[in-house]
Design a protein around this ligand. Sequence first.
Ligand SMILES: [Fe+2]
Length: 294
Amino acid sequence: METTQKINIKEAKPNEIGGIITGIDIRDLSPESEEIIEIRRAIYRNKLVVIRNQDFTPSQYVDFTKKLGTPQVYFQKNYHHPDFPEIFVSSNVNKEGEKVGVAGTGHYWHTDCQFEQNPLSFTSITPIIIPKTIRETRYINMHQVYNNLPDHLKEFVKDATLIHGGNNRYKVTPEDIDKSIQQLIDKMNEMVPFVKHPAVIEHPVTGDKILYASRGFTMKFDGISYEENQKILNELFDFIEKKEHIHAHSWEKGDLIIWDNRYLLHMSSPLAAGDKSKSYRIGIYDDQPFYVGL
Ligand SMILES: [Fe+2]
């Protein structure tokens, strides 16, 4: 049943990220409702939003993402929920010896699907099993990083092109048994060839300039030597990952977290030995170009 709801948004403080949304039940929203429009706007303004106190089934989760945009079906099947291919499962909990989803995902700075021609605009995540120890994801606001860049780096990235790839992060699957490392590299190159994107992108809705680079997926600058690349990339990544740029976001049962991959790098926290964790993620295309000019 779709009912009228009173959406309440607590905005992020200046130079912070993360708005808090309460007062709605995502199961009851209609696609073009004021609440859906407000949620989308809140994501662009706050870079990340947390919708609190939700309780939904996997099927209702997929339905909600269809109201916000177009849910992604991730290109590697080993991450899929058995009944809903849109749901990407991060889990180290296996039921009766059966492996579902992938463990140890995203422990490095990255933005989702940066290695694709048309990267993923929004990522949503909801915890299913909450670890007892650390319950957080870390983020870096790359618009803020761009603004803070020292002059020589800002000048360097201004008109530069970066090349991205996901090959180094490939997780082997049962079908990969007996393949050589070279065969795996060839398989990945075929599945996800390297892509080029501008080093500085312009957000299609807000017009903000954003540095679009991550240690996880960015391979090199186009058109300069290996040695020059090593020097400039290390300097750039060390600057990006400075302590003052890192925002830690902790989450609770009932949270649905959605962020804009154009603005934010993210990294999951390592899990303590023996601790259990499981989360569902759905990537959402917001039906805008990823950046102006794409
Ligand atoms: Fe990720």
